[in-house]
Design a protein around this ligand. Sequence first.
Ligand SMILES: Cc1cc2nc3c(=O)[nH]c(=O)nc-3n(C[C@H](O)[C@H](O)[C@H](O)COP(=O)(O)O)c2cc1C
Ligand SMILES: [Mn+2]
Length: 495
Amino acid sequence: MNHQPAATDFRQFIDYLRAHQELLEIDVAVSPELEAGAITRKVYETGAPAPLFQALENNPHGFRILGAPAGLSRRDGQRYARLAAHFGLPKNATPREILETIISAGDRTPITPVQVSNAPCKQNVLLGDDVDLHRFPIPLLHQEDGGRYFATYGFHVVQSPDGRWDSWSVARAMLHDRRTLVGPAMAQQHIGMIHQMWREQGKNTPWAMVLGAPPAAMAVAGMPLPAWVSEPGYIGALTGQPVEVVKCETNDLYVPASAEIVVEGEISVGQTAMEGPMGEYHGYAFAEGKPQPLFHVKAVSYRDRAILPICVAGTPPEENHTLWGTMISAEALKHCRQQQLPIDMAWCSYEAATCWLVLSVDIDKLAVLNTDADSLVQLIAEKFFNSHVAWLVPKILLVGNDIDITDINQVVWALATRSHPKRDFHDFSDSPGIPMVPYLDAEDKQAGRGGKMIINCLFPEAFAGRQRATTANFEHSYPETIKQQVNRRWRDYGF
Ligand SMILES: Cc1cc2nc3c(=O)[nH]c(=O)nc-3n(C[C@H](O)[C@H](O)[C@H](O)COP(=O)(O)O)c2cc1C
Ligand SMILES: [Mn+2]
């Protein structure tokens, strides 16, 4: 089955997963109250196929839920299959192929969306007083959560008041009451910036939220592109075709026509309510919620038998690592290339819960720079720390390109064996960063300090383009003839 359409349409994505044994249709009755969340968590933790809950309890309108849409797979040769499908890539795509595909879209002219008249998302439309979010089987995902989460795998749609910037961005939203959601809109994130522009005019922010979007749209909405870059155009460049959109019922925003569910309305200029706590991407649930803006829902539209996708956040790997982490990696690599840093790969190790960004240093290019570790660390801090992407990840590891940085075992080995305790741990904990990092204290958060650091895992010889020592393993310690012979005779030996 062709993998391309999986990127541009959520139902095609579902069909694609089914065709490649990455989907399990669950026909027995499952409760949206903790049971669907627990199943999805176990799926992440075992690499099982994505569960499509077909028969949810207390669900007279026949809605469905899809768990683990970008979970990793335990199937041989298709670990990243669900993620790769978001980009129309084959199931055996490698992390490097995925990053280069995402980055290459930035080299092409943005393709702006097209309006279409046939919009499946308008099969059912509820307006005004008829809006009742309780119609949906909104799941309770973890017992620690302060409420039911309607949006854990969807994106917000807002536009700057001057109409020049369309922002599609992923963030969570919790059910507040039958016509209100509540969720974060951090000032440093683009939804927060645009919300602030409307607030300065004393107005509510026109808003929509999309669930079950084209997977490529969902991915780019989770990508830290710079401010004033409109995600819809980037998505078009990524898939090679314009996103098909349709106008909202109650405002002038446009949303993907094939979306499973669209809610629309306004972000309140000033009203807030308690949101959370929630099991989060770093792997913890904190005890307290926080006041966050209210999202007033004025209309809801959805496809027949709509499918609500969910991410059950927590310890890796879930979509905050596999999707957000990958989009951070792509944007970070793009940024390093633009700044002409000697970096040939960037990877937010999934296992480190989006708290590590590993940069692979091309030691031939490094030698040409004629620099040393302290200067390289300062250069990276200078060229990188003030970017939108670097704000999101506190710890940066610099590793030689003899290491495959997408392999956590190799990264751990390099970190353990190549970093000197006195020289190589560089403290940038006063630099600004995302306040969600678990080890930050209240004072850090108050001051906007991100707890950042750069760890140099390059031996001094790397700065002259040399290795300190050869690596002792199957790959490096034997001539090709012996390796080939051993591989050829492997079964004969009795293995
Ligand atoms: C599954 C998932 C959940 C996310 N949840 C949030 C969230 O609740 N709040 C947030 O600020 N960012 C969240 N993100 C990360 C943002 O989507 C990401 O930083 C993106 O760059 C934000 O868009 P912007 O750069 O246009 O502001 C999430 C990402 C993913 C993939
Ligand atoms: Mn953006």
